[in-house]
Each structure stands twice: as structure tokens, then as C-alpha cells.
Design a protein around this ligand. Sequence first.
Ligand SMILES: [Zn+2]
Length: 308
Amino acid sequence: MGRPSFPRTLLEFQRRFSGDEECRRYLLESRWPDGYSCPRCNHREAYELSLRALLKCKVCGYQTSATAGTVLHGSKIPLSSWFWAAYLVTTHTPGFSALQLQRQLGLNRYETAWAMLQKLRRAMVRPERDRISGKVEVDETYVGGVEEGRRGGRQRESTKSIVVGAVEVRGRGSGRIRLAVVEDVSAASLVRFVEGAVETGSTLLTDGWQGYAPLRKTYDHQPTTQGDPKNAAKLLPRVHRAFSNLKTWIVGTHHGVSPKHLPHYVNEFVFRFNRRRTPMAAFQSLLGLTGQHTPTTYKMLYSGESNG
Ligand SMILES: [Zn+2]
């Protein structure tokens, strides 16, 4: 029993979610892959109360909604518009502007499109929970400013931010990535990032920077002294490709980003990158459908509810 399948093409999507009723069905299937079950008494039958996927238990009368915990909850925008927005944002890298969304969905107000995008974006800035593992390249780079990398090395210019990254080695390609904005390139900052992003015991490939040295205590650390900083891209190709794509996206699509907002864009980049081969997971994350199946939340534990 799995979740409902995800449309692979625009045409398939259009057929599948042609109206609010189809979207409502999908929400119900996502929330209850094995069929409805009352959260209070576990009864399997309910009255369907509205197009917003509201259900009322036939035995105890408990009301529950398939949109609870999703961005659709309490919204007056039609379900089908939300589905289209999430689909477009998921499948169109690099991202969608509010104006494009307004035109594509035929919305009267620009503000509506803008608010929808903001809500969908919020799902992308949620930090990734699990740590990456295996063989991992780690390095840092400077983002912003006008004279990118001219001096090389690790001297900081005031207009630049520092982004540190970790990328899994998968054959010739890349697996999952983690990126974060850090204050400086001190051992304290770099070690904190790596410990939060990479599982202990993994193999770490870095350059010879001393800031990475303490990692040998808890990781299989394999530093390489590169000599000329220009060789770093050859020694750590995956993490440098990620940096390069990040910069191209920030400059090309967003025409630069202020240091204050950079962390959000970095998170969005990571979100897209890690789901580039699983559009269904991205689509469901954006709508907020994935959180519904968390085995047992603290809230449930303390309110004495079980996850029937
Ligand atoms: Zn019930």
C-alpha cells in the first residue's frame, strides 16, 4: 500500500488533476493510503462534508480534514490552483516568479500568486533532518561581491558571504548535498557544520586547510594539500560543481541576493538539488503532505493520541 503515484508529464498532470474533486481525492489518498480511519475511534467510515476534504466519523462524529497540516488548510484558493502552483514550482528549475505564476494560473491578483509562492517556499527552507554519509567532499566558497575569487585563498571581503558545502560521492556523480552559510572558516565553524551535516565515521575529502584538522577524531578524514588554490576544483569536483551551480542560479535568476536572505536561497537550492530525481517527493513536500505520516509526534504523545 503506497501513496498515489505522481504524474510524469504535464498532460498526465492535467488529466489527473483536472478539477478540485480530483485534487480532493488525491489528498484523501495521501492522508489515508489504506482507506479512511477515524483518528479518535478508528472506525473506517465517514461522511464527506465538503470539497475541502472534510470528513465526519459515522460512529463518533469526530471531524477531521485531509488538508490539516498542509498549505491548503484554511485557504480560499481552489485546490486545483494550489496543485498547479506546487507542480510548476517543483518541475520548473530554476523556480517560478510570482508574475509567471499569476499568468499561468490566470489569477486576478498578483498578490495572490506572491502569497502562494511564499507559502510553497516555506516548505523548501525547512532544514534537512538526516545527515549524509559515505564518501563526502567538503569545501567552502565565497558568494556575492563583485570580484569573485580574484584573490583566491581564504581572505574575506566585506560584501561576500561564506558558504560551506558537503556532497556525497556517487560514482562519477553526486548524491545528496548539504550547504550552509557560516560566519568564518575557523575550525569551530567548519566542524559544527560537518558534524551537523555528515554522519560520524564517514570518509571526508577536504583540502589541506587546518580548519578541517580536528575532524580526524570522529571521521575518516583524508585531506589533500592542493598547492595552488585553482587545483581545488579538480581535487573536489562535486562540491565545486554545486558551488558553481548555486552561484549561477543566484546571479542569473535572482540577480544577486543580499547576505541577509542568502541562507533561504541556499536552503531552496539544497531542497531542489536533493529532489531532482524524485519530483513526487518534492511536490508532496511543497504542499505539506509528507508531514502527515510522521509516525508519532510529540504533540500526539502528550495529548495521548495514537497514530492509528
Ligand atoms: Zn470516530
